[in-house]
Design a protein around this ligand. Structure first.
Ligand SMILES: C[C@@]1(CC(=O)O)C2=NC(=C\c3[nH]c(c(CCC(=O)O)c3CC(=O)O)Cc3[nH]c(c(CC(=O)O)c3CCC(=O)O)/C=C3\N/C(=C\2)[C@@H](CCC(=O)O)[C@]3(C)CC(=O)O)/[C@H]1CCC(=O)O
Ligand SMILES: NC(=O)c1ccc[n+]([C@@H]2O[C@H](COP(=O)([O-])OP(=O)(O)OC[C@H]3O[C@@H](n4cnc5c(N)ncnc54)[C@H](O)[C@@H]3O)[C@@H](O)[C@H]2O)c1
Length: 197
């Protein structure tokens, strides 16, 4: 079976500054995805034109800035991540080249081969977050799997996380003893036959 070699990480996006080039459907989708997860992310969108939904978002979020102009190299200055989402493949390629020169990580929405990272389909239950990737094979399947997991994971899991957090803080002893105790308490999550939490 082919392996997915992507390495998932969870960005603290509120500490980063993201540049999105292109304010059309895909630009909007990506900005929405970022804000749903990280409402305090600083996002600058550079585009010749903007969908009305993006204008509404920029009014709602002080941290979202729209700059109406053609992309230029200087737009990369001070940015940590870039998403190139214009409808012009050559321009997207040129944004990629400039991002590479500046050592800024980039996602080129119409060219997976030029992406340093992919956006995932994201399941959210309180503190729990699961990011899904199909290795770029089928974002639609990622979206469907997200819907399945969102339903299947009980809302009460967040209570479990909060309780475990309290226990984790209270546990004394060395690291190995702590891990052993936490594993024993959470056995029930993998073996429903063991006693209830
Ligand atoms: C998960 C999600 C996250 C997000 O965007 O936030 C995401 N795409 C979503 C939806 C979606 N995207 C597309 C459709 C139409 C149906 C279809 O084509 O399947 C739908 C379905 C829909 O909208 O219903 C079209 C599409 N997508 C890419 C290309 C280019 C290409 O493949 O060449 C084209 C063709 C463009 C064209 O043909 O013109 C590329 C990528 N899309 C990825 C992520 C990355 C791989 C993730 C993975 O590893 O699975 C990757 C590689 C790069 C990236 O975008 O980061 C989000 C689900 C949101 C949710 O959870 O609800
Ligand atoms: N990765 C994904 O999830 C995904 C999904 C669907 C489509 N796509 C691909 O993404 C690309 C964009 O699709 P779309 O539907 O958003 O297109 P769109 O036409 O809705 O938007 C393109 C935007 O790019 C802007 N633009 C064009 N030239 C520019 C320039 N020189 N400087 C700054 N902005 C410029 C336009 O003003 C417009 O706002 C397409 O190539 C499409 O195939 C990717």
């Amino acid at each position: 079976m082919e392996e997915n070699q992507l390495f998932p990480v969870f960005f603290k996006l509120h500490r980063l500054h993201v540049l999105v080039v292109g304010g059309g459907n895909v630009g909007l989708e990506k900005v929405n995805a970022m804000l749903q997860n990280s409402p305090e992310a600083t996002v600058t969108v550079v585009s010749l034109s903007f969908l009305p939904e993006l204008k509404t978002l920029a009014k709602q979020y002080a941290n979202v800035e729209l700059v109406e102009k053609a992309f230029s190299c200087g737009d990369l200055f001070g940015k940590d991540l870039v998403i190139a989402a214009t409808n012009n493949k050559e321009l997207n390629q040129s944004v990629w080249e400039k991002a590479k020169c500046s050592k800024v990580l980039i996602n080129v929405a119409d060219t997976p081969e030029l992406c340093d990272f992919y956006l995932g389909s994201i399941v959210q239950k309180g503190n729990l977050k699961i990011a899904i990737s199909t290795n770029g094979k089928s974002p639609t399947v990622a979206k469907r799997l997200k819907q399945v997991l969102q339903e299947a994971i009980p809302d009460t899991l967040d209570e479990v996380l909060n309780k475990l957090h309290l226990i984790r803080d209270k546990l004394k002893g060395d690291f190995a003893a702590k891990v052993k105790k936490l594993n024993s308490i959470t056995d029930v999550l993998v073996d429903p036959e063991t006693k209830e939490l």
